[in-house]
Design a protein around this ligand. Structure first.
Ligand SMILES: Nc1ncnc2c1ncn2[C@@H]1O[C@H](COP(=O)(O)OP(=O)(O)OP(=O)(O)O)[C@@H](O)[C@H]1O
Ligand SMILES: [Mg+2]
Length: 367
């Protein structure tokens, strides 16, 4: 039995309106750190508000430890939510902010004191209990919100973009701390973000959402290496995957992906997968880090096409090269050691045959 289960979960905000959450099915195990990742408007907040009980469902079920919680009030569901805006009260001290949910539950004073202390220690703000939020930094306020969520000892933590109004550096350090707290408390967590780097660094499993549907469920490496759809391939990874419309041609012993601008011999191991697509147009995706650059124009294995490097963007430990293939801009990631002058004529190849093919209509991965 899963710890939290969403069964055919649906949401419409108006009677005949669009399905904002479209038949979501998901099982989460105890102690997992789950990240909902998807672009703005795909239904992430709506989904976790339904789990918390702040929003009614239009269909389907939500089960915690095998029992439906739909009839339960938010405070009886055993979930704690951290909002994007923290929602901590400026007129209360840090202590009172953290103690608030316990007061609502009519927990005894002594116990409140002890539990607030423990929750504050977990996030390292025990020295600030007498302060008001205005006397604290953004990161410290964030910890108050986290402590207030911990203090109720929830079954499930729901965090809706909790780091989004911190500056870039603080975001990175807070996410490490959230993960540390998670490891310590072994709490089951759903963390919402539209930042793929944040998702990759935090998640045990990422749920990639698009237009109210789950596109893929997998570990960070699975969604990166084995993207199930064109959308996932484009959303995960920076710079994003390069896509090319190609026609599949059958040769003597292997298939070839061709377009007016490129020619790529598909490895024979993909013959079976390519067979239904002979003479058809499909989409080929190559991640920027899997495009190799040959300055001496060698047509090596995995050869793709020739190109002119138009821009070089050094990033420190690597560089991003920009070129055009058939009018489309493509990006290539190279190691810092490869110094490539602008306007160099090069040949491009696919490293280790790390290509992805997608159905042009459904966007689903072919191989
Ligand atoms: N109360 C509401 N009434 C009607 N439509 C709503 C309501 N709340 C959200 N929506 C719509 O539902 C869709 C999903 O919204 P939701 O807030 O769940 O997206 P999200 O994935 O959290 O996006 P973001 O990353 O921008 O926070 C959006 O199109 C939004 O306009
Ligand atoms: Mg949202």
């Amino acid at each position: 039995m899963s710890y939290l289960e969403l069964r055919n979960l649906k949401k419409r905000y108006t009677h005949n309106g669009p399905l904002i959450v479209d038949n979501m099915n998901l099982s989460i195990e105890k102690g997992e750190f789950i990240v909902f990742l998807g672009p703005s408007g795909c239904g992430k907040t709506t989904t976790i508000r339904m789990i918390s009980g702040l929003e009614e469902v239009s269909g389907g079920d939500i089960l915690v430890e095998g029992t439906s919680v739909l009839q339960k009030k938010p405070r009886d569901r055993g979930v704690s939510m951290i909002f994007q805006s923290y929602a901590i009260w400026p007129h209360m001290t840090v202590f009172d902010n953290i103690a608030y949910p316990l007061k609502l539950q009519k927990v005894k004073k002594d116990e409140i004191k002890q539990r607030v202390q423990t929750a504050a220690e977990a996030t390292g703000i025990e020295a600030f209990l007498d302060r008001y939020p205005a006397q604290m930094s953004g990161g410290q306020r964030q910890r108050v919100a986290v402590s207030r969520a911990i203090v109720v000892r929830p079954k499930i933590f729901l965090m809706d973009e909790p780091l989004s109004n911190l500056d870039a550096k603080l975001r990175v350090s807070m996410r490490t701390e959230l993960k540390t707290i998670h490891n310590k408390e072994n709490s089951t967590t759903i963390f919402v973000t539209h930042d793929q780097a944040e998702a990759m660094s935090l998640a045990d499993r990422i749920i990639v959402m698009y237009r109210g549907k789950i596109e893929q469920i997998g570990t960070p490496m699975e969604v990166y290496r084995d993207s199930a759809t064109k959308f996932v391939a484009s959303f995960i990874g920076t710079p994003p995957t390069n896509f090319f419309n190609v026609t599949i041609e059958q040769g003597e012993d292997a298939y070839t992906a061709i377009s007016p601008d490129l020619y790529y011999k598909i490895p024979r191991s993909l013959n079976d997968a390519m067979q239904p697509y002979g003479c058809k147009e499909i989409v080929m995706g190559i991640r920027p880090e899997f495009i190799g650059v040959s300055l001496d124009m060698q047509k090596t294995a995995g050869y793709l096409c020739d190109a002119v490097i138009e821009f070089v963007e050094p990033q420190g430990s690597f560089s991003i090269l920009i070129a055009h293939i058939g009018g489309e801009e493509i990006k290539i990631v190279t190691s810092e050691h490869m110094e490539i002058p602008v306007n160099s004529k090069v040949s491009l190849n696919v490293k280790d045959d790390l290509v992805m093919f997608f159905d042009p209509v459904s966007g689903k991965r072919i191989s």
